[in-house]
Design a protein around this ligand. Structure first.
Ligand SMILES: C[S@@+](CC[C@H](N)C(=O)[O-])C[C@H]1O[C@@H](n2cnc3c(N)ncnc32)[C@H](O)[C@@H]1O
Length: 411
């Protein structure tokens, strides 16, 4: 197949790739990076010299033993590359637990299912809170792709909730006929996306990843969109060209997320699914000024927009587009029950009362706790950028997190 223009993204927040070996990175990380680059190039060689960006992300994050999430490096927390809500404060997980309790009480029992459990912090905390409220789930299932992270989760939960770890089961897929509450915090932003270029006067194209011999690094190449679903999704993006600065517009479509949701919907018999992630409804996602898309990479707490460097060493993400996700959910037989910001979801789940209780028992920790809460709920922190989408199946019971400010109209 013919490759067309090659384009590099700006590297404004990142040192150029050629300085990678100068960095203060452990030799094991550099060796894993080199091995991963070799494997990606071998895959390219089998496919006329290129792979889709989705395939590149898949390998960069999950290639066995060398991908970002499978190489054993520390991703979460101060020593890693980013901090997620469960790592900021246990109150985040306790709020989720209160939603799980509402679901299980309404169903008369059931289990919790968590996708992409990271360090395992949220699982341990949800279990402990459910125990405090006398509503321990039958099972706490974790579907986690990374074998290294599964081990870390087991160690972490064993350390923090040793008497409850026997409830936890690690699975490759959601169990059939699942009944209960499903959570995925910052899962969907880690899913591979197709990076596409829309043209005002021509069919959309897809960005592929190629190897640039001259620069000895990965580079972009544009060609026709391969995947028919991605092609349809790209054609449906409602862009207001009159407001766009250029005759082209770069963005992403999220085919893998829809496949994942379809499979999950088929396996859930009854209950509620709560998806928490950063992103926007369609009308805000495809804003004319967002013409370089939403891909963000994280390396040692710096965010930048070049996924083609530090392969396997940095996290690769894209924002979630919640409107198409909600429409897909309905197509797969789910009901869309709620859509709100993380800030409203937590406050609506009883966060204020929980803060009061914690402060009563540990007045000394007042200031750090208030700082953590601010990060979780304030628009300047995660409160506004992170959203919660609530999907249900054969469930009409309460979902406390959507009690106030349920903004389904924004989808
Ligand atoms: C950004 S981390 C979030 C971790 C955790 N939920 C948190 O909030 O700290 C993404 C997690 O999703 C996992 N993951 C990514 N894709 C997955 C998939 N298709 N199935 C299961 N887990 C996946 C990663 O291995 C990792 O544990």
């Amino acid at each position: 197949m013919m490759l067309h223009t090659t384009q590099r993204l700006s590297q404004r927040m990142m040192e150029p790739r050629r300085r990678l070996s100068d960095r203060d990175l452990p030799a094991s990380a550099l060796a894993a990076h080199a091995e991963l680059v070799a494997r990606i190039r071998a895959r390219m060689a089998q496919q006329q010299g290129r792979i889709s960006y989705a395939e590149y992300v898949e390998m960069a994050l999950f290639e066995i033993g060398v991908g970002y999430y499978d190489s054993g490096q520390v991703q979460f927390g101060d020593k890693g590359d980013f901090v997620t809500a469960p790592e900021i404060s246990p109150l985040f997980s306790r709020c989720l637990a209160h939603n799980a309790i509402a679901v299980l009480q309404h169903l008369g029992g059931g289990s919790v299912l968590e996708f992409g459990a990271g360090a395992g912090t949220m699982a341990g905390e949800i279990l402990l809170e459910m125990e405090r409220q006398a509503c321990v789930p039958k099972n706490y299932f974790i579907v986690e792709r990374s074998t290294k992270l599964r081990i870390r989760q087991q160690t972490n939960i064993t350390a923090h909730a040793p008497h409850l770890v026997h409830r936890v089961q690690w699975l490759d897929n959601a169990p059939d006929d699942f009944s209960g509450a499903v959570f995925a915090n910052e899962l969907l932003d880690a899913f591979p996306v197709q990076r596409v270029r829309l043209h005002r006067d021509a069919p959309a194209q897809e960005f592929y990843v190629v190897w640039d011999e001259k620069d000895a690094g990965f580079a972009w190449a544009l060609d026709e969109i391969d995947d028919p679903v991605a092609r349809t999704l790209a054609a449906q993006i409602p862009l207001d060209w009159t407001q766009c600065a250029h005759t082209h517009y770069d963005t992403e479509v999220h085919v893998a997320a829809y496949h994942w949701l379809r499979e999950l919907a088929a396996r859930v018999a009854s209950g509620a699914i709560m998806l928490i992630d950063y992103g926007y409804p369609r009308s805000e996602y495809y804003l004319p000024e967002r013409d370089e898309g939403t891909i963000v990479c994280y390396f040692q707490h710096q965010a930048h927009d070049n996924p083609l460097v530090l392969t396997g060493i940095q996290d690769l993400t894209a924002h979630v587009e919640f409107s198409t996700l909600a429409e897909a959910a309905q197509e797969y037989g789910l009901d869309v029950a709620g859509f709100t910001t993380q800030g409203h979801f937590l406050l609506s789940s009883g966060l204020e009362d929980m803060v009061g209780d914690v402060i009563k028992t540990s007045a000394r920790d007042f200031l750090p706790i208030i700082q953590q809460i601010k990060r979780l709920v304030m628009p300047t922190g995660m409160g506004e950028m992170f959203k919660v989408l609530g999907l249900t199946k054969h469930y009409t019971g309460p979902l406390p997190g959507f009690r106030i400010n349920n903004r389904l109209d924004r989808l």
